[in-house]
Design a protein around this ligand. Structure first.
Ligand SMILES: C[S@@+](CC[C@H](N)C(=O)[O-])C[C@H]1O[C@@H](n2cnc3c(N)ncnc32)[C@H](O)[C@@H]1O
Length: 404
């Protein structure tokens, strides 16, 4: 594809906003795509994918381009030139590309590809953490897998239709999907498409949700008629899945500390036709105490480092800080102790994260079970999902039962 100036200018503006102004890549991409109504699907694809690729490979490209944070506009052009050369584009005769050292770029790429932090384009601290927690062999495979572009995966809303029906509805719109055996409600897009624009989406027949994430709600073993508390519901990816598994029978209490996320969940629930959800904002310990011993099932989809979902959020490589991971581990520990009290004796609870670090996952569960309160619980099973073994997001989930 020929490089078009207005598309490339948009990419340059966008990467500067992400790298220098700390903006989130998804928001910047959404804004960039609204810039010019005349752009066709190929143009939009170029803008979105190029921004994400440059974000993903920032450290490698900056090293090859010999530029350092914070980037000037000229630096951003040099980074772009590295991207273009490595992707095999013929550089147009624009002034920004004068004197681009094409052979040197390729040579530096070959050299730096021998060193993991550059090849996989990650900060040193992240590499050290991954090595310490997963060991050399697993970390090397895992970080490589997390640098692949993520598939677009849908979860069929079985309150409205079954998977075959939604597959057919999308086929009518020339959106081809596959139906993986191990994920009963999932449809995987064969080619990327903006599914949010379809009436099938607007009428609530599916949500976009990674395949690994789709394993969490079934892990909780919910049944229609139960009382289920989703303690960290956020915008409700898992709440909506639980609602469909419960066939709208029983009660779901969706909680979070942020009202803005709950607002999104309310809109999604309406679209999905999920009627059995009550909403609560956690304002302090009182909100939790009122629910002590009341639930058949509790889901703790805990806040975490997100180190299992770098495919989807490559800018986390640059935004995440080790201090944040230390803090979030403490939050996880506290949440497990506090929110597990919501469970009735005999009830079951799932603790889940989208992290691949044992210190946020199985080690948190071990610590909980060894605590005074944790002695009231039985460990039933857990599942550790790496992106390198599943081809989907990295996730962890553990099922515990409160003793009767
Ligand atoms: C992994 S996200 C949840 C994703 C959501 N369950 C879904 O499936 O879409 C973790 C959520 O925990 C919330 N959170 C952070 N600290 C919390 C706390 N102390 N109590 C409850 N929720 C908290 C965050 O606002 C965030 O929405």
């Amino acid at each position: 594809m020929r490089l078009h100036k207005n598309l490339v200018f948009t990419v340059i503006d966008s990467i500067l906003a992400i790298f220098n102004d700390g903006e989130y890549a998804d928001k910047v991409v959404a804004r960039a795509l609204k810039k010019d109504k005349r752009w066709g699907s190929t143009d939009r694809k170029f803008v979105a994918e190029t921004i994400y690729e440059i974000v993903r490979w920032k450290r490698l490209y900056a090293e090859i381009a010999e530029v350092k944070d914070p980037f000037t506009r000229d630096d951003a052009w040099r980074i772009f030139a590295v991207w273009a050369v490595l992707r095999g584009h013929k550089l147009p005769d624009w002034k920004y590309f004068e004197n681009t050292p094409i052979r040197r770029i390729k040579g530096r790429f070959d050299e730096l590809s021998k060193i993991r932090v550059f090849r996989e384009s990650i900060p040193d601290w992240m590499d050290e953490l991954g090595l310490k927690e997963l060991g050399e062999k697993n970390w090397t495979k895992e970080i490589a897998a997390q640098n692949q572009q993520a598939d677009v995966i849908l979860r069929v809303n079985t309150l409205k239709a079954n998977r075959k029906q939604v597959h057919a509805m999308l086929m009518d719109l020339e959106i081809e999907t596959s139906m993986p055996d191990e994920y009963p409600d999932a449809l995987i897009l064969k080619e990327r498409a903006n599914v949010f624009l379809t009436d099938v989406f607007k009428n609530g027949y599916f949500e976009v949700q990674d395949a690994s994430s789709q394993l969490v709600a079934p892990f909780l073993e919910v049944q229609p008629g139960m009382r289920v508390v989703d303690t960290c519901a956020g915008a409700g990816g898992k709440t909506l899945h639980i609602a469909s598994l419960m066939q709208n029978k029983g009660q779901i209490i969706a909680m979070d500390i942020y009202e803005s996320k709950q607002k999104q969940l309310k809109l999604r629930a309406k679209r999905n036709g999920a009627f059995n959800i009550e909403y609560r904002i956690i304002e302090g310990t009182k909100t939790i105490k009122k629910l002590h011993d009341k639930a058949d099932r509790v889901l703790i989809d805990a806040p975490c480092s997100g180190l299992g979902v770098l495919k989807r959020n490559p800018d986390s490589k640059w935004k995440l800080k080790p201090e944040f991971i230390d803090e979030i581990r403490q939050t996880q520990e506290q949440i497990l102790l506090d929110y597990s009290k919501i469970l009735k004796p005999g009830g079951k609870m799932v603790y889940a994260t989208c992290s691949i670090l044992p210190s946020e996952n199985e080690e948190q569960i071990k610590k909980f079970l060894a605590s005074d309160w944790g002695k009231n619980f039985i460990f039933i099973k857990d599942q550790k999902i790496l992106a390198s073994t599943s081809a989907f997001d990295g996730f962890y989930m553990a099922l515990l039962e409160r003793k009767s």
